[in-house]
Structures are given as structure tokens and as C-alpha cells.
Design a protein around this ligand. Sequence first.
Ligand code: 13P
Ligand code: SF4
Length: 328
Amino acid sequence: MDLKEEIKRLKQKLDVTVVAHFYQKDEVFELADIVGDSLELARKASQTNSEYIVFCGVGFMGQSVKIIAPEKRVLMSKVACCSMARMIDVAYFDENLAKLNSYGIKNEDILPITYINSSAEVKARVGQMGGLVCTSSNAFKIIEQGLKSGKKIFFVPDRCLGQNFAIKMGLKSCVLGDGTNPNDADIICYDGFCAVHQLFTPEDIDFYRSKYPGIIVAVHPECDVKVVEKADFVGSTSQLIQYIKSLPEDQKVVVGTEYNMVNRLREKNTYILSSTKPECPTMNETTLQDLYDTLKSIEDGKPTNEVFVSEDVVHWAKIALQRMFEIS
Ligand code: 13P
Ligand code: SF4
């Protein structure tokens, strides 16, 4: 059986939209109807007319579509969870709030902002507290708006994103538990991170700059502060693609983000900012066979890997997401 042909046949026959993040393997990515960064996927997938969304990505992405458009049936072609999103749950969130309280910072003086890479339950908790969601492409605007509340921002779960945007905005930040008094910070970050983006180091940048003078360094804001400080361009996956494609063909560029995306960017003069292949293990779990099996399960009337989010979680998580959409 030719899997690709079968997938195309099923896509034509069924009331389905296949959605893929840029980090998906090429063979899966090529068959998607919608591709994009986290923000674009949440927005575009929830606006389609299809009854079914088959999501090739990680769990929080499928959940976001289900939260925005609960009437849709969202299936994950593989049940895969972003390891950063798993670093925080509601219990950890509340434990960290209690730590902030122990420094004399009251809940009513805290505005939580969660990176979209978090569970529906964490988003709901944030929404309940008056907070909102951000993605790597709109974090600046969201934090800027959040600061207008006059409250301290509690940023979860990615400490790097929180710290990088604090620096960009001339704000003080700290990581809760690093020994700094959070009263001295404008943005207090939870101690989560992306293991894939931690692979990139300032030494990697030095190496490429000395090997190829004039090379441009472009990285994702999930990279460590020391890497972002040395980079020429910082952006979400979509922003990186747009920027790199706008460069003259002979301009060398080295990129600090996931391998699959960087590999398909340009034919020449594009390098990966690490000697270790930076593949996201969970994004890479989805295969062509998984995509086929999921579509076939719809044809057989027994949909698999369906995303379900309870009504009360949808209610508050949707509020947190809608607050983000109103701003960006
Ligand atoms: P983007 O929103 O930039 O696509 O990032 C998602 C992600 O998980 C990056 O590691
Ligand atoms: Fe999560 Fe990192 Fe993979 Fe992005 S690259 S999905 S943040 S583990």
C-alpha cells in the first residue's frame, strides 16, 4: 500500500483538515493542509469548516484547538506531549504561588501569563486568576499589555522566554527559587525549559562566527539568555522562516531551533547551531503510518486519539486564550 496515496484519498473523502507544526518530519509536513507556528495553528485550525481536525504536533496544540472550538473533533495522529509543557501542572503552579505568597506577594497582586506550551488545566488556572496565554510570536505584546495591570507577572513554564523578553523590554526578571527575592523582579519566571533549545550554546555561536565571518545567527526565544544575547535575530518558528527566506541567497545563516524545520528552509548557506542534531523527540514521534491510521479510524467510524477537555477547563482556558487573541 502506498501510504501517501492512501492518506490523500482519505483526506479527499473525509470532512477533515490535517494540521502540522513546522517541527514535523518532512513526509508528514508535506501532507498537511495547514502548517504554522503555535499561534497560527491554534487560530487557523479552529476557523476551518471541517468536522475533524487531525493534528500532527504535540498535545497542547491539539488541546488549544479543542478549547477554542469545542464543537470540533480533534484527533492527535500521535499522542505526544511537549516535555516543557509537562514541567508544570496545577499542583506545581499553586505550590509556586504559595512560594510567592511567602515573600509577601499576594495572589491579587500577581498576573499569571502562561506560554501556550502548557496543559489546558494550567491555562484554565491562569484564566481564573485574570491571566492570559502568550506564544513565542506575541509574547512582547502580551507582556506589555500585562504590565499595564500594575501587577507582577508570574511567567510559566519557560524561564528562557520570560527572561529573554524581560531583557528585550528593559525589565527585571528572576527565576523562582534561584535565590533572588522576587519582590525585586517585574517578571518572575517558573523554572521550566525546552531541552531541545538548551542544546545551543554561546560557544556554538563563537564557533560559527569565527568559521564564517559575516554569518547571521537566528534563534528561537526558547534558547538560553546567553545564546539570545549573542544572536542577530530572535523569533518564533514562523518569524524565523520569514526572516531567513528574506535573506540574499549567498548570505550564510546559522539557526538555533529544531532540526526538521531548519533542514527544509533553504538549499544552501544554512547551518544548524549545534553539533548534536536538535530533534524534538516528541514532535518526531509522528509518522506517516500514524497519520494514515488516524484518518482510517475516522473512515471506520472509530476515531482514535481524540482530544477531550472538561467543560469547566474549557471555560477558563478559553478565556485565557481569548484574552491573548484580543491583544494580538
Ligand atoms: P512556535 O510557536 O514558535 O512554533 O514554537 C513552538 C515550540 O514548541 C517551539 O519549540
Ligand atoms: Fe516542546 Fe521543546 Fe519540542 Fe517545542 S521543541 S515542542 S518546546 S520539547
